[in-house]
Design a protein around this ligand. Structure first.
Ligand code: A2H
Length: 253
């Protein structure tokens, strides 16, 4: 963790019924994958969620009806935050691994895709955010390359039990225009830097730096209520809206 606190938005990605047998004890609850993002204005372009296959997660009771799936570390952090109503010792209803989450059907705020799936990503850190990441391949180089790997490598899909239907129908959704990079900035920058897979850490760091900087300072939203507005202006508006409607919460660490 850095010296400066990082303020994330937790996006509540609702797990659709029927739950798989492993999640049976959660029957009758509203269950969410709790995804930490720094880019709430990109949520229109979600194509899937990412989980770490070997990562340890828990289903934590947030109140009488709602349950969040996230790392224990994040559940505890959240419980101690100012605006959180999560009890100081949140109850873990069941311990889970990333493998238990792969293939869950999700409905996520603002996403143009009505149903998206939880899929494996190997570079997820369990000591950052919630350990759950929402995927926006139009604007996030990590997401673009991880989805690209799954699309191009049937053996990789097979290894993690990922069905073709969870991946192949999901195209990149253009949501932000950056003058220099077009409407699919992550794809453009990954191609320009000749990035071949999600494992190319250094090149991906450079791709992230480029898209993040230009996206924020020069990007314009193409879709949604704030279409035509600069990313800089739209970001806080979209974030507040998501929080007001109860579709997201603030999380810092
Ligand atoms: B961002 P920072 Cl469109 N492990 O959200 C790995 N990556 C994680 C993570 C974890 N445990 N938790 C969050 N993240 C990702 C959207 C996005 C993001 C876009 C563009 C760039 C971008 C959609 N994915 O991040 O190290 C999440 O992905 C570029 C850095 O705390 C989160 O925001 O700065 C970001 O990394 C937080 O990274």
């Amino acid at each position: 963790e850095g010296v400066q606190p990082q303020e994330y938005t937790i996006i509540k990605m609702e797990v659709m019924q029927p739950f798989p047998p492993k999640l049976g004890v959660l029957e009758g609850r509203r269950v969410f994958l709790a995804a930490a993002t720094l880019r709430p204005e990109t949520m229109y372009g979600q194509t899937n969620a990412w989980v770490l296959p070997d990562g340890k997660y828990g289903a934590f009771e947030i109140n009488e009806t709602d349950v969040f799936i996230l790392t224990r570390r994040a559940a505890l952090n959240l419980a101690y935050q100012k605006y959180s109503r999560i009890p100081e010792k949140p109850t873990c209803l069941i311990e889970l691994t990333g493998y238990d989450l792969i293939g869950l059907q999700l409905k996520s705020p603002l996403a143009f895709n009505e149903i998206i799936y939880a899929l494996p990503m190997l570079s997820i850190l369990t000591d950052k955010g919630t350990g759950i990441v929402t995927s926006v391949p139009s604007d996030a180089p990590d997401d673009y390359m991880a989805l690209h790997d799954l699309k191009m490598k049937p053996a990789f899909r097979e290894k993690y039990g990922v069905k073709d239907d969870w991946i192949l129908p999901f195209e990149i959704v253009p949501i932000i225009n950056i003058p220099e990079f077009g409407d699919k900035a992550a794809e453009k920058v990954c191609n320009d830097l000749k990035i071949k897979s999600q494992n190319e850490k250094e090149k991906l760091a450079e791709a992230k730096r480029l898209t993040y900087l230009k996206g924020f300072t020069e990007g314009t939203l193409l879709v949604g209520e704030f279409a035509g507005r600069k990313v800089q202006e739209a970001k806080p508006l979209i974030r507040s809206r998501l929080i007001e409607t109860g579709e997201a919460i603030i999380y810092s660490e």
